[in-house]
Design a protein around this ligand. Structure first.
Ligand code: UD1
Length: 423
């Protein structure tokens, strides 16, 4: 099993270029199934999840040309499409559910075993299904009780759909499906994440008529056909946020390139509350920290534009060493404090009560054997290892491979003392 060995490091310094967004590229790749023509997707990060999505699309009948050395994937779904997604791939990645709408459009049927991914809460799909039912899709309830989504449709018809919670995945599946339904769909209380906007831009280039993506109400006028297009994926705001936190908590000075500051307003505001210096320059975002004046702050995760749940664990890493106590409240996932146990092994002394964590801060951490309990938590314990005395050994790093392109090399280029050991 591969591991990271992390040692106390000098403040991070230099430049880092952010990769394309994992959470944007996965739905865009799924949406490429909606046309028989070839789609060219650029700025695709070389990640395990992208690899799984390529294999999934291939298994469904698409021709996938993957050139991840050049961050490019071509997808052409001109042939016959298979409606059942193989369980061995679906169980590796929750985002597999994103092919649901495209399978229904192309074949009138979709069978997907309920997906895996990070073990952060129940992560059900009832909102995806509620939306699809409104569009005329029938879900086999008996199969659903066994954990299998078996959906079929004769004719997709637009409708008004209200999401009880602004689920990112449900919003994406619904807009992809409604794009080729008859008539108009209005999606209310939709997720507003930048990745939804990127998907809508991709679909609109293909010929879809989607308005309002990035707000809580999205209007989709169904069209009959979509065409193949070329698209650049937006930069990964969570990867950027992770490096920003790393720069600040090590007292470093890093220029973050290929970043959209508008996508990071909450993270920027919270880092400034902690005493960070953050400025946009012509070359990118300059982020500086000073460990002697690093202050605590409180955080509550929320759907976008609130503080992102995916930044909760990296930010908690910073709060363990900031001066003074902090409170972190997680409202998006019901079980996203697994990393607390790992921080505590290093001496963070964090207490949790339900969805609330109290971080005393001001800790001199020591290296320990820790586990990447999920994708973002894996990055978070690495950041903690950079400021802890001794060696931090991080196992189960396949989680990190799912979502951070060249994480070790990028950190090393900034002066971090980290190596990957493949045992
Ligand atoms: C996406 C992101 C993930 C991020 C999350 C929240 C991708 C590939 N992944 O995941 O990195 O952490 O958004 O920003 O884009 N829920 C329900 N019923 C549903 C659907 C969701 O209760 O039908 C709940 C989930 O259990 C969870 C919350 O809503 O507690 C957020 O889920 P959702 O927004 O759907 O996240 P994902 O699309 O899975």
């Amino acid at each position: 099993m591969a591991k990271f060995l992390v040692q106390k490091s000098a403040p991070l310094r230099g430049e880092v270029k952010i990769s394309g967004s994992k959470n944007a590229v996965l739905p865009i790749m799924a949406a490429a199934l909606l046309t028989e023509e070839k789609c060219v997707i650029k700025d695709v990060p070389a990640l395990r999840d992208v690899d799984v999505m390529c294999r999934l699309l291939e298994s469904l009948g698409a021709k996938v040309e993957k050139d991840l050395d050049n961050n490019r994937v071509n997808i052409e779904a001109s042939g016959e499409i298979v409606y059942e997604a193989p369980f061995d791939l679906v169980k590796m990645m929750r985002a597999s559910i994103l092919v649901l709408g495209a399978l229904l459009i192309r074949t009138g049927r979709a069978i997907i075993h309920l997906p895996g991914g990070c073990a952060i809460g129940k992560r059900p799909v009832e909102l995806h299904l509620k939306g699809l039912r409104a569009l005329g899709v029938t879900i086999d309830e008996e199969q659903l009780n066994r954990g299998i989504v078996d959906a079929s449709v004769e004719k997709l018809q637009g409708d008004t759909i209200y999401l009880d919670f602004p689920s990112v995945g449900a919003t994406e599946v619904i807009i992809m499906t409604a794009a080729l339904a008859e008539g108009t769909t209005i999606l209310e209380n939709a997720a507003q994440e930048p990745e939804i906007v990127d998907l809508a831009n991709f679909l609109n280039k293909m010929g879809a008529r989607i308005k309002g993506a990035g707000t809580d109400t999205i209007k989709i006028e169904g069209v009959q056909k979509l065409k193949g297009v070329s698209h650049h994926v937006i930069p990964d705001r969570i990867e950027a946020g992770t490096f920003m936190v790393g720069a600040v908590m090590t007292g470093g000075n890093v220029l973050i390139k290929n970043v959209l500051p508008n996508h990071l307003k909450a993270v920027i505001a919270k880092l400034r509350e902690c005493g960070a210096y953050i400025e946009m320059t012509e070359d990118g975002m300059r982020v500086r920290g000073d460990m002697s004046t690093l202050r605590s702050t409180d955080i509550k995760t929320l759907p976008y534009p609130g503080f992102p749940t995916d930044m909760q664990s990296p930010f908690m890493a910073l709060l363990t060493v900031a001066k003074g106590p902090s409170v972190v409240i997680e409202t998006v996932f019901e079980n996203r404090f697994m990393h607390v146990g790992e921080f505590n092994r290093m001496g963070a002394n964090i207490k949790t009560d339900g969805n609330c964590a109290i971080i005393p801060g001001n800790k001199a951490l020591t290296g320990a054997q820790v586990v990447a309990t999920d994708l973002r938590a894996g990055a978070a314990v690495v950041l903690t290892g950079l400021v802890a005395d001794g060696i931090t050994e991080v196992s189960q790093i396949y989680h990190v491979d799912r979502g951070y392109e060249n994480f070790v090399d990028k950190l090393k280029a900034l002066g971090a003392n980290i190596m990957r050991v493949d045992e």
